[in-house]
Structure formats: C-alpha cells, structure tokens
Design a protein around this ligand. Sequence first.
Ligand code: AMP
Length: 266
Amino acid sequence: MAASEKLQDQSTKQTKDERGTWFQGASSECTDALRPSVAPWRLVLLGAPGVGKGTQAYLLNQRLKACHLSTGDLFRAASKQSECELSPAMKSAMDHMRRGELVPDATVWEMVRERAACIRCSGGFVLDGFPRTLGQAESLKELMASEEIRLTAVVNYELPLAEIVARLSGRRTCEKCKAVFHITGQPPKVEGVCDRCGGKLFQREDDRPESIKVRMAAYESSTAPLIKFYQSLGLLLSVAATGTPDEICAHTISALVARTGVAAPV
Ligand code: AMP
C-alpha cells in the first residue's frame, strides 16, 4: 500500500463537514501563485523548533511570492475554534500540540491533502513545519510524483541547542498577524503590542519550558532523520541560522541560487 494511502487509511475518517469549520482559519488561506513563475522554487524548510523557520518562511514568501504552507499555523487556527466545532481527531491533535508532541501523521496528512492546491501553486511553495516525520516525507514525495513536480531543495537551518532554547522561551507572537518578537533579542516598541499591526503579543503554550523539552525530544527522534533522508535524495542544503532574519534570508537565497544555478524567481 502506498505511504499516502496508509496514512489515509489510519485516519479517523473525518468527513469534509467535520473539517470544514476549523479549516477556515485566517492562516489556512492559500496565498497562491501571486506571481506565477516559469521556474518556481519548491522548498521544504527543516530545523529544530525555534530555529526561525516561520520567520524565514514569511520572508521567503514575501520575496519569492511563493505559497507559504505552515501546518503549525493551520493547527493554531484550528485551536481557536470552539471545542464542539472540532472533530475527535482534531481535539486529539490539539492535545498533542499543547503538550509539545507531534500530531499523528494521519491527521496531519488529512490537512495537507486539503491544501494540495498549495503544492500545485504555479508560483512554487515554501513548506514550513511539514514534513516532520519520515512517513510524512514519503507521502509528500508520492503526492509530488503524482503531480509530476519536484522539490527544488530542502533547507536545513542549523543553530546550537542553547541558543534555540533561549530563542523559544523569550519568543512572543502576534495573535493577529503572527509577527514574531523576542523579549530581549527583538523587543516590540511597546511591551505586549505588535509593531506591525498593533495586535496583542502572546507566548505560545508550546513555548513554555516543559513543552520545549518535549518538542526538542520529538524533533530529535522524528524530524532529525529527515536530514539523512533528503541528503540521500541530493536535496539537502544547510544554512546557518545566525544573524538577523533578513541576513539569514539573503544567505538562503544566495545558497539556493548557487545550488540551482537559476536566479531567484522574483
Ligand atoms: P510549529 O508551529 O511548526 O512549531 O508547530 C506547532 C505544533 O503543531 C507542533 O509542536 C506539533 O504539535 C504540531 N505540528 C505542526 N506541524 C506538524 C507536523 N508536520 N507533524 C506533526 N505535528 C505537527
């Protein structure tokens, strides 16, 4: 049985209606091929929690106008729905997320399949937080093969562990536009208020110390093996996640240009 079918088979047989409501969260909107490109970049971003994948995905999305798909954002949008609007699988997914654990592959895959339009975007895509397990990576590979499209590269952001923990515990996120700040490294002008949109800043439940430990363990056991997986496919590109977000984004693009030999699709 194909990997994607296996995941589908294990899934909790949610109906479209059950999924419908939570799927309408603001971040679930496809930013879709704003600028169709003849040679779109199709990227997966890897790296431990807190390494800055979300920020880089946002900057790459702005720069490349490629579709940005974040499974974490989709789950956070779902978590804002009232309990009774969530299917049992999504309620369970929310519990996993609050504890800092990975959501089961079957639930994640259901959600990604709903967003297959992002994978087909003619402007390319930036996947942030997906895939996170070998099962998810195999399913993505199959889906892309069936659509006859290929990944351009898998960018692996690297940062020492101590810095990751410091970044995560001081991180504050805007509840409206999802801009990310840091209480010491990048404080907002007014405490607790987003510089970009004036929204309220909050600490993600899974950025609390007890959840950080669980998330790092989940990363080591489930996600780190993806580095070897994509290395063996010749797709891995490591980038140091040090410097300002704009510097890291510039390094990412120049490393991708050097790798592909193709100018950035802007
Ligand atoms: P993120 O914002 O990417 O750090 O994701 C936040 C949380 O959502 C994670 O700690 C997981 O609980 C869940 N999550 C997001 N994406 C995935 C995925 N691809 N596989 C499993 N769980 C995920």
